[in-house]
Design a protein around this ligand. Structure first.
Ligand SMILES: Cc1cc2nc3c(=O)[nH]c(=O)nc-3n(C[C@H](O)[C@H](O)[C@H](O)COP(=O)(O)OP(=O)(O)OC[C@H]3O[C@@H](n4cnc5c(N)ncnc54)[C@H](O)[C@@H]3O)c2cc1C
Length: 379
């Protein structure tokens, strides 16, 4: 794809977000439902294969271009952006990095074109941050593996065709692609979430599901070290941009309101205490975007620091998104607390980013570890 084609994709994503998503995002959130026509249009535009190479039917965007598309979509609708995170980055990205040629051939083009929707089934009732403790089991049976267990909080599981599942055989973690049509797969929709309400979250029941051996990703025992770490790297990069998107949206809300609303005979934006919130948000958004870009450049170059930079970007970006959206609610006052304005939805969506793809505390642990290794003076 030429440079012009790539910038066309980003321009198309911005236009699509403004015309198709922004006007309907509140409705998707209220109805807790992302309609099929939106997913179909995302597929038609090629966005569901944004970062997949053109050889597999994707758009072949590099990490920075993927980031721009994610920011544009995420600014308009967090639930639609979540489809990019889960389907495109986590599932397709992990298959691209780790699956056998045969497994790629089986699923990747269909994922890139959006003919099949993928989801990432890691969490369980008893396994959240401690993902390695999954109870979902697998055993070898001839040319297949038999999976049993129940996954929880799985975004898009209620509409997905493919599930990237982490299971364990007496502490040996492995990852598989499970198809919805395989006997023994059932999903149970969940509702009532703070944010990401239109992401068709569901529990996934696996009852003696027989999965062909070729659907094992990266070999027996590679489930945690390779597959989950790769999936989380892709997911965290996407979430870092999601934080920029929400913070930028919050910034635009607060600036627009502060320059219109009058109290005490003056625009509230002329008050220094309001200006502080705006100034901090402008600064934080700029810093978060640069951290994301730096991580994106390192990912593109497969630089040794790419994982650490991505974790830092995810942590910072989700933290400042929470702050920016809270300040947007504050600047809008009563209107900030009312669904007639987007600020309250942005605020709810931002909190989710501090939980998913590893909580902020888990990112802090990883970042502190890097700090000790890099910055401790030798005795
Ligand atoms: C909207 C939404 C969508 C989701 N989508 C998916 C999905 O598609 N696929 C999927 O597999 N999962 C998904 N999840 C689940 C998500 O990944 C988990 O909620 C997350 O990993 C945290 O796990 P937990 O909820 O069990 O919290 P816990 O692990 O129980 O953590 C609770 C609290 O304890 C803290 N904590 C835990 N351990 C430590 C520690 N060692 N040190 C310090 N603090 C600690 C955490 O930071 C947190 O504050 C989703 C969740 C939500 C809310």
């Amino acid at each position: 794809m030429s440079d012009t084609d790539r910038s066309d994709v980003i321009a198309r994503a911005r236009l699509f977000a403004e015309t198709e998503l922004a006007p309907r995002a509140a409705e998707f959130d209220r109805d807790e439902f992302l309609p099929q026509d939106v997913i179909k249009k995302m597929a038609e535009q090629g966005f569901l294969g944004a970062s997949i190479p053109t050889a597999w039917g994707g758009l072949g965007l590099d990490p920075l271009e993927y980031g721009d598309v994610t920011e544009a979509i995420g600014k308009a609708c967090a639930s639609t952006r979540a489809l990019l995170t889960v389907h495109t980055s986590i599932v397709a990205g992990t298959l691209l990095d780790l699956a056998s040629k045969r497994l790629k051939g089986k699923y990747l083009a269909a994922l890139a074109r959006g003919e099949k929707i993928g989801c990432f089934a890691l969490s369980e009732e008893g396994a959240g941050s401690d993902a390695a403790s999954v109870a979902t089991s697998y055993i070898r049976k001839g040319d297949s593996f038999v999976l049993n267990g129940r996954k929880k909080w799985i975004s898009f599981a209620d509409i997905a065709d493919l599930f990237l599942v982490l299971a364990s055989d007496n502490g040996v973690p492995s990852a598989f692609i499970v198809e919805r049509d395989m006997p023994g797969v059932r999903t149970w929709p969940m509702s009532g979430f703070l944010g990401n309400r239109a992401t068709h979250i569901a529990e996934v029941e696996l009852d003696d599901v027989e999965v062909p051996a070729e659907n094992l990703i990266a070999g027996i025992g590679a489930g945690f070290g390779f597959v989950v770490n790769t999936a989380l790297l892709h997911g965290r990069y996407s979430i870092a941009w999601a934080g920029v998107a929400l913070a930028q949206a919050a910034l635009e809300e607060m600036c627009s309101y502060a320059t219109r609303r009058e109290q005490f005979g003056v625009k509230i934006g002329t008050q220094q205490l309001v200006q502080k919130m705006v100034a901090d948000t402008v600064t934080n958004v700029a810093a978060a975007r640069e951290l994301c870009r730096s991580a994106g450049r390192s990912l593109a170059q497969r630089h040794a620091d790419a994982t650490t930079e991505t974790i830092i970007a995810k942590y910072f970006s989700s933290t400042i998104a929470q702050r920016a959206t809270s300040d947007a609610v504050q600047v809008l006052g009563g209107n900030g607390c009312w669904s007639g304005y987007p600020a309250e939805r942005l605020f709810r969506e931002a909190k989710i980013l501090e939980i998913i793809e590893g909580t902020s505390q888990l990112q802090q642990i990883l970042i502190a570890d890097v700090g000790y290794k890099k910055f401790s003076r030798k005795a």
